[in-house]
Design a protein around this ligand. Structure first.
Ligand code: G3P
Length: 217
């Protein structure tokens, strides 16, 4: 399993990359809007320079032709750009065209296994089921992740499942158990995955015991 960082913040990406645990980055218009003053193409280029792996950048157009046009421009920015395309019939058309041009795509805003299946059939490289947003409305978001993993494996489909809209470390564990190829996690969640009160307590005890020997000696 791989972890991607779900952010457009350069400091967070730099920090997480230095820990050696992230294999890619996903962004969306909401995350990009938080990075005020940064022009979108310039921001995408900076992110692609910080990580070797796939960097998802989302199109804004809602018609297939517009999505394809934007996608070609974004894909030309760096070799590791993946085009994030919103789910829907226009999005499927765009994915079909981009797939024939060997431009990698990540179909986003997937909330059902049926949507994910269509995206894969259209040629998506990745599909992103939004676990947290489904949980928010009383559905089990991880069920969609697990269903898609099972369907793609059953039929030998190459599309990879990115568990997205991850809200807490347990979502990451559940995604791993469900067999998700990737979970894309906000920086805060990644940080909390590294922390444990017993680890901190243990370090403090080791330090105190070590210090007591130094004093006696
Ligand atoms: O990048 C897409 C997804 O991870 C968004 O998450 O928390 O806005 O539902 P959230």
């Amino acid at each position: 399993m791989q972890l991607f960082l779900d952010t457009a913040n350069l400091s967070e990406i730099e920090e997480a990359a230095s820990w050696g645990v992230i294999s890619g980055v996903t962004t969306n218009p909401t995350l990009v809007a938080k990075e005020k003053g940064m022009e979108f193409s310039a921001l995408v280029q900076k992110i692609t320079a910080l990580v070797d792996g796939p960097v998802s950048a989302e199109v804004i157009a809602i018609d297939a032709a517009g999505m394809v046009k934007e996608a070609r421009t974004l894909a030309a920015l760096a070799k590791n750009v993946v085009i994030k395309i919103p789910m829907g019939t226009e999005g499927l058309q765009a994915v079909k065209v981009l797939s024939s041009e060997n431009i990698a795509t990540n179909v986003t805003l997937v909330f059902s296994p049926q949507q994910g299946l269509l995206a894969a059939l259209a040629g998506a490289t990745y599909v992103s089921p939004f676990a947290g947003r489904l949980d928010d409305i009383g559905h089990d978001g991880l069920d969609v992740v697990a269903d898609l993993v099972e369907i793609f494996e059953s039929y030998g489909m190459d599309t990879q499942v990115i568990a997205a809209s991850i809200r807490h470390p347990l979502h990451v564990l559940e995604s791993a158990r469900a067999g998700a190829h990737i979970a894309t996690v906000p920086f805060g969640v990644l940080k909390r995955m590294a922390d444990h009160p017993l680890t901190e307590q243990g370090i403090q005890r080791f330090l105190a015991d070590w210090e007591s020997i130094q004093t006696k000696g």
